[in-house]
Design a protein around this ligand. Structure first.
Ligand code: GLC
Length: 646
């Protein structure tokens, strides 16, 4: 049993009648229960005798932090604790958005609550809203403060107003905690730049290249074209500062326990604005060690679990999302392994599914998708995925070269094909995407572009090709139909629900034009939303289709994530076939055709799985039932079915 389940169990009686529950007593109980784990984790990272005083500081800090949490949130914590693993529910659908691009500011988000309700969205990921450098700031991921809201978005007060409105409307909120680095304008960085030795030790700083070179021997580069290398020289202090991401994002030195204590304060203060899920940004990078790539290290896991166990004592309702775009085997470790199972993060991005879906669209085949999914390690029962197609970042081709080779393809050529397919290297490809962080030496690149543009809508509209428009709409709906049924929180990237195309305005902004990820960070197209009653518009068809699927998902209990996903062999390389199983009759079998021609599925497969009833099939999505007239079932191009048994 993980710690959260234990707290739920121990608090069972109090949770039955929340009004008379005493949050203080339950805090004491959680503190006592988690303290042995916290102690172990703390001393596994901070091993020298002088670190004992820091542990005492931590023990004193936790009650102080709890006192600062508002009464309302203390009860909200208990409500969420009582709800259990709410994040696995089929009733949750997420949307990720930039506040300013969506509707100006936090007040503007509040005004759009009816829009979220209309679509069925009840989980929001708001991109960074705190203060940041005026120039380049990596979309706010260079933070000047963890708590002070940037004036452009509003104030702490407007954030509190928004979160309270969201709670009233049953909408969960996720905000980023940029835990790996601060901007070079953060107060600690400023003091370090003034020569303050205490704050220089909050970062990794070296007077010459000896240690940086030793690190560089193994460290990969995250942004090789715009920010090569992992260290930046600061002449003001004659020091090399570790900057794994951009040169203005300084990596925090967690070997210094003061950094951990201060960041824990920041974390709690940030969640005190009413956050339900903390997106732990770039968490794979938290611990560095010479001689390694300094990603996914065991110490990083201990540190994340330490943050989690402490936050759980203070705010048991708040959960963690792992933002680790790493291999499936490394991703599942963020749910916690062994004794830490369920005591790190509860949710993680399903980056493999995302890149495999894009691979399947380009190849029109699902072989790599199936092979890879069969080899994804099982995640703990308390955890779930975020399933997504696009987000604010690029698409990295995190595909397994071994599997590509096993399918008889050359991995290098295969990747080159995908990059050419999506980034306008092939005349016949419908996709309009762009290269990101291209490495001319290796030919390696990542891909940017909006969902709709990558799926052909931009080219189709430009060439006024009605059939291509229709195909693109079908592809968009099919892929959304997959993330909405796959198991986990579907996260729609704002704009994709109306098929928003690439946005080229970033090229006019000197602080953005180097970073092609901005091509897929468009302003919300409210005009398309205003015209939803015009059914001929692709934007209306996409919106109506997605809204319909969200509403069906909510009515279909088997879509709750209980690790009840089985990927079946469709015996047709263009089809994707998986089932959300249930002990009773309520399973759903999903069939999707990635090819532009109709494909055939052996009815025997459907019948063996129990989906042929009275010689008929029933599809939830089209709300239709039809008699089988042959032993082969035809699946139309880019069609998706959600078959049920009755
Ligand atoms: C995460 C964010 C990305 C950002 C990076 C550095 O990967 O998603 O946008 O550039 O962290 O903070």
């Amino acid at each position: 049993m993980n710690q959260l389940a234990l707290h739920r169990k121990l608090a069972m009686k109090d949770l039955q009648d929340l009004q008379s529950a005493k949050p203080e007593n339950l805090f004491e109980q959680r503190l006592e229960t988690n303290l042995p784990l916290i102690e172990d984790l703390f001393f596994s990272l901070y091993t020298s005798p002088e670190h004992r005083t820091y542990f005492k500081k931590l023990k004193k800090l936790l009650p102080e932090l709890f006192k600062k949490r508002s009464e309302e949130l203390k009860y909200q914590d208990l409500r969420l604790l009582k709800q259990g693993n709410w994040y696995q529910s089929n009733k949750i659908t997420g949307m990720q958005l930039y506040v300013d691009l969506f509707n100006k500011n936090l007040k503007g988000i509040e005004e759009k609550i009816p829009f979220f309700k209309e679509l069925g969205v009840n989980f929001l990921h708001l991109m960074p809203i705190t203060t940041r450098p005026a120039g380049e700031n990596d979309g706010g991921y260079a933070v000047n403060s963890y708590t002070e809201v940037d004036r452009k978005y509003g104030s702490r007060k407007s954030l509190l107003e928004l979160t309270s409105k969201l709670r009233e409307n049953g909408i969960y909120l996720m905000l980023d905690f940029v835990v790996n680095h601060t901007s070079d304008e953060y107060p600690w960085a400023k003091k370090a730049l003034e020569g303050d030795k205490t704050y220089q030790q909050y970062y990794y700083m070296y007077p010459d290249r000896t240690i940086p070179d030793a690190y560089e021997a193994n460290l990969p580069e995250v942004f090789p074209s715009t920010s090569p290398g992992n260290f930046t020289y600061r002449p003001e202090i004659s020091q090399w500062v570790m900057t794994v991401f951009n040169s203005y994002q300084w990596d925090l030195n967690y070997t210094n326990p003061d950094v951990f204590l201060e960041m824990l304060r920041n974390l709690v203060e940030m969640t005190n604005s009413g956050v339900d899920v903390v997106r732990f940004d770039a968490l794979a990078f938290l611990w560095k060690k010479i001689g390694t790539i300094s990603q996914n290290l065991p110490e990083a896991h201990q540190l994340i679990s330490l943050f989690r166990m402490c936050l759980q004592v203070v705010a048991p309702g708040v959960i963690f999302l792992a933002e680790a775009i790493v291999s499936p085997h490394d991703i599942v470790k963020y749910f916690g392994e062994g004794r830490r199972e369920g005591n790190e993060c509860d949710v993680a991005y399903n980056a493999s599914l995302m890149s495999l879906l894009w691979n399947s669209i380009a190849t029109k085949k699902t072989l790599l998708l199936q092979k890879s999914l069969h080899n994804v390690p099982q995640k703990p029962p308390s955890s779930t995925w975020i399933n997504y197609l696009r987000c604010h970042d690029d698409i990295g081709l995190g595909l397994d070269d071994g599997y590509i080779a096993q399918l008889g393809w050359d991995p290098w050529l295969h990747r080159k094909f995908l990059i050419d397919y999506y980034c306008q290297g092939l005349d016949w490809s419908p996709a309009v995407g762009y290269k990101f962080m291209e490495n001319p030496a290796t030919g390696d690149s990542r891909i940017t572009g909006s969902c709709a543009s990558l799926l052909g809508l931009e080219k189709a509209m430009r060439t006024l090709d009605a059939e291509m428009v229709m195909i693109s709409v079908k592809k968009i709906l099919m892929l959304h139909g997959i993330i909405l049924s796959f198991g986990g929180i579907p996260m729609i990237y704002a704009g994709d629900e109306v098929g928003t195309l690439n946005d080229y305005s970033y090229l006019d902004d000197p602080h953005k034009k180097q970073d092609s990820r901005w091509v897929n960070r468009p302003s919300q197209n409210w005009e398309a939303v205003a015209q939803l009653s015009e059914p001929d518009k692709p934007s209306s068809q996409i919106f109506i289709g997605i809204r319909h699927m969200i509403s069906l998902r909510k009515k279909t209990g088997v879509f709750t994530d209980r690790n009840n996903l089985v990927v079946h062999d469709p015996r047709n390389s263009h089809l994707f076939l998986y089932e959300r199983t249930a002990a009773n009759l309520e399973g759903v079998l999903v069939v999707a055709n990635f090819d532009e021609s109709p494909q055939i599925l052996d009815a025997g497969i459907l019948s063996n799985l129990g989906y042929v009833n009275d010689g008929s099939l029933r599809d939830l999505l089209s709300n239709s039932k039809w008699k089988l007239t042959s032993s082969l079932v035809q699946i139309d191009p880019f069609q998706i079915l959600w078959l049920v048994k009755d």
